[in-house]
Design a protein around this ligand. Structure first.
Ligand code: LEU
Length: 844
């Protein structure tokens, strides 16, 4: 597959003024008739006319009403066209029922639906399938189904047909169509200028009782975007549809968002607190795309972070406002380190704005999304809140209706503030996580912090010039008072010092408050200093960070040279657990052990080859020691964190349940499963039912509950996904691959359903000790199933390949086994471009 480069971008040769599409739906032979009004682009000289099109059967084509015989390949269509505006018409046939890749028009549980981002529209009809070609779409759907939906506003309907018109010009990747036997959960919203909007969440019959929460989240998002960004909704109707078979989370098609059902359907009985929070965030994310993504879209796919980074940033602001800011920030940083730092430190490292790709689907990554969002946060820190607001207003005013670039984005900040952002731009072009080391000096009342930055080489980028790094710092006096409140130091050099004058005593620094930049801070602080910050830091993020650093260091030391947690550490955990001045959700995060993957990452970064079995054993030992140290505190706190019935998914109640779940984990190690079994039996919500099941399984109890859970929920796909994952997640490392293999033989396993496939293989890949077990069974099993899935669904296969991305971190024996698995995948005949690009990058 050819590599495509950002530097080769050229504007489109032809622009589209309007598109009219007619769909005659049939599972094996859907006909699509297109009428596309083209016009030569005055900004372009090359006049070759080419329309992307894949897996289409062309029935006929015409230009200005005259039959033509175009040149057709498996990539698209070309023909002679007039040197003036013209009408292109064509009819094609496609087979949605055979479309297991879930890109373009496909079928899921009897309904028709589409997924066009990034390049799925070319599987629907011949079209200039690139985001900088924006046009107004009219759609007519003919089919014998009760609900027929497309983008925009409805313009007509009758028996067996519906017509839609979207007045907002859009690229083809935002096109959507849904048809099926669906039920609407309706509501209404009045926008800030008083416009009435009809809202619907469409689901399959049986799921109607799982829409209320999503609808509230939608209305909250619409209101928030008005107050926080001044952005109003712009159509008469906004529809959301839940689909069972979906490669990703959800998609922001104009006026017709399509969601993986796992990201919208919610009920207390079937969804956990974590599900509720995620659903709220994803609904917000897709809704916010209406302005950051749809009204202003991307010029080309290299600019993907323009819409995704900004929209992730916006949805994280929304969640902070709806729930707890510090808790959201800590959760985001845990996720960033687990997924993005891992990506940035291995063979899949790429810039937030990549400069080349073979398959764009492989770049919907933690780097583009989550690091992309961190860049927005840094920009806001550097220019300040007021300038950020002004720059965003200018962005919307200047680029509404356009397909924009990162240069356009940065320019609005430069024009607003007069700042030169050329150094900041390196954050977009240079891959890798900067390492920032710091040393200090105190002399005669003057305190100096000296920072050094260095970014390790990444594939294709050996040398990295210094970046601008906003480092938020506060200083504490030895008695715990804040003597210098948070200031943002702007580091621009490779090495740079900052001084603070007039201090009575040597202060204790709190550095990188709020995680003000996505860097790895290297500081040889003493155990006492970390314990001091854990007790006194006024910045909630850094207080958590001090605890996380102690926890990580302890496990690294134990993995390297044995030992045991000291009582100061255990007492500090107890103090935090019992401190009622702290939000329970925050306490739960403080008590959350570091992921084993994080310990492996940290050991590797410090020159030790991580041994997954040892890391697993250390985690078990520490957890057992903590449980024993907590003694009676755990049952007491467990009882204190009871939440009143009926269940409510709000942040306070969810926080209490999170702390309660930590206590249950400890209790179950000591009471033979009694408390967890009682919780299971009495639970009236999934958070507590599933929480109890997991606690039991993690200690090898719960055989009866496990069987009962399956019987109770076997009709509910999303709950059974959780059950599948639980059968694997709580195994000992030597049993994990076998458990995963067993689940693939379960009657309810269906590799064609991405959620079910991910339930099994996400759980396998997420079990650090099990996936990297010395036998190599985890590697071999995943390889077998990726090879089998690739011809069915390349996108999901390629995404799951990233499980292998850390293989060179481990010892020679494991590397041999992992390499064998990877080479087997690479040698597979007819491997998809998606998967071959991934395996190539991972092996290189
Ligand atoms: N644009 C989508 C999102 O909101 C992703 C797409 C590939 C389904 O993240």
């Amino acid at each position: 597959n050819p590599t495509i480069y950002l530097k080769d971008y050229t504007p489109p040769a032809y622009l589209v003024d309007s598109v009219a599409l007619t769909f005659r739906l049939a599972p094996k032979a859907t006909r699509v008739v297109s009428r596309i009004q083209f016009r030569p682009n005055p900004d372009h000289e090359n006049r070759d006319f080419f329309l992307e099109g894949e897996e289409l059967k062309l029935i006929w084509a015409k230009i200005d009403g005259v039959d033509i015989t175009p040149h057709v390949t498996d990539k698209g269509l070309s023909c002679e066209v007039p040197d003036a505006p013209f009408l292109f018409e064509a009819e094609v046939e496609i087979a949605p029922e055979d479309n297991t890749a879930l890109e373009g028009l496909y079928m899921s549980s009897g309904m028709y639906c589409t997924q066009c981002e990034a390049q799925g529209f070319r599987k629907i009809t011949y079209y200039p399938d690139r985001p900088d070609v924006m046009s107004v779409f009219s759609v007519r759907i003919e089919g014998d189904l009760p609900v027929l939906l497309s983008n925009g506003n409805p313009t007509g309907s009758g028996t067996g047909f519906a017509e839609w018109h979207d007045p907002w010009p859009k690229p083809a990747y935002l096109f959507a169509l849904v048809a099926g036997d669906l039920i609407a959960h309706p509501d209404r919203f009045t926008t800030m200028s008083g416009k009435d909007v009809a809202l619907n969440i469409y689901v399959r019959p049986g799921d109607e009782d799982k829409c209320a929460f999503g609808m509230e989240a939608l209305k909250a998002s619409m209101r928030w975007d008005e107050t926080a960004y001044g952005r109003e909704y712009d159509l008469d109707i906004f529809n959301i549809v839940a689909v069972d078979d979906f490669n990703m989370g959800a998609m922001e098609n104009k006026g017709l968002n399509i969601f993986n059902s796992s990201c919208v359907l919610a009920s207390p009985e079937t969804s956990t607190d974590a599900n509720f929070e995620r659903i709220e965030a994803i609904i917000a994310h897709e809704y916010f795309h209406n302005w950051t993504g749809n009204r202003i879209t991307c010029r080309d796919w290299f600019q993907l972070c323009l819409k995704e980074g900004l929209t992730v940033y916006r949805d994280s602001q929304f969640t902070s406002d709806m729930r707890s800011g510090p808790v959201k920030r800590i959760g985001d940083v845990i996720d960033l380190r687990a997924r993005q730092f891992r990506e940035d430190g291995g063979p899949l490292a790429h810039p937030v704005r990549p400069e080349s790709f073979q398959e764009i689907n492989n770049f919907y990554t933690a780097t583009v999304y989550e690091k992309g969002a961190e860049l927005i946060g840094m920009l806001k820190t550097l220019v300040g809140d007021d300038a950020y607001a002004k720059a965003l207003d200018l962005y919307f005013a200047r680029h509404d209706g356009e397909a924009a670039t990162i240069e356009d984005w940065l320019k609005v900040f430069e024009d607003t503030t007069g700042r030169d952002l050329s150094q900041f731009k390196r954050w977009y072009s240079d891959a890798g996580t900067p390492r920032v080391s710091v040393c200090e000096d105190f002399n005669d009342g003057t305190y100096t912090l000296t920072f050094k930055q260095q970014t390790p080489p990444t594939p294709g980028q050996d040398v990295k010039p210094p970046r601008v790094i906003p480092i938020a710092v506060g200083l504490l006096s030895p008695n715990g008072d804040e003597v210098h409140s948070t200031t943002v130091l702007e580091m621009t050099e490779t090495e740079q010092s900052f001084t603070f004058e007039g201090l009575g005593a040597r202060p204790i620094p709190s550095i990188l408050r709020g995680f003000s930049a996505p860097v790895i801070l290297e500081r040889d602080s003493s155990a006492e200093e970390r314990a001091f910050l854990l007790a006194h830091d006024t910045d909630p993020f850094n207080r958590w960070e001090a605890g996380a650093e102690i926890a990580r260091q302890l496990r690294m030391d134990m993995a390297r040279s044995g030992g045991a947690p000291d009582s100061a550490y255990l007492d500090a955990l107890l103090d935090i657990a019992r401190d009622d001045s702290l939000d329970p959700a925050y306490r739960a995060l403080m008590l959350q052990p570091p992921a084993q993957e994080d310990i492996a990452q940290a050991l590797h970064a410090n020159g030790t080859t991580p041994d997954p079995q040892t890391i697993y054993d250390v985690a078990e030992t520490v957890a057992q020691t903590i449980a024993e140290h907590f003694g009676n505190t755990a049952p007491r706190l467990y009882a204190e964190m009871d939440t009143p019935a009926p269940y409510s998914p709000d942040a306070d109640a969810a926080g209490k349940r999170a702390l309660q779940a930590r206590m249950l984990g400890m209790i179950t190690r000591l009471d033979g499963g009694k408390t967890a079994a009682a919780q299971y039996a009495g639970a009236d919500n999934m958070t507590q039912q599933y929480g109890a099941l997991c606690a039991l399984l993690s200690q090898d109890f719960g055989g009866d509950e496990n069987a009962a859970f399956y019987q109770q929920w076997k009709h509910d796909r999303l709950v059974i996904d959780k059950w599948f994952a639980a059968q694997i997640a709580f195994t000992a490392p030597e049993e994990t691959a076998e458990a995963a293999a067993r689940m693939t033989h379960h009657a309810d396993f269906n590799a064609k359903n991405p959620n079910r496939f991910r339930a099994v293989f996400g759980a396998l890949a997420g079990h650090h000790g099990g996936f990297h077990h010395a036998s190599g069974a985890g590697y071999a099993l995943l390889a077998d199933h990726l090879i089998a899935l690739d011809p069915v669904n390349p996108q999901t296969t390629a995404r799951m390949m990233s499980a292998f991305s850390t293989w060179t971190r481990y010892d020679a024996d494991r590397q041999t086994l992992a390499r064998a698995a990877l080479e087997r995948i690479a040698a597979t005949d007819g491997l998809s471009p998606d998967t071959s690009e991934m395996v190539g990058r991972i092996l290189s």
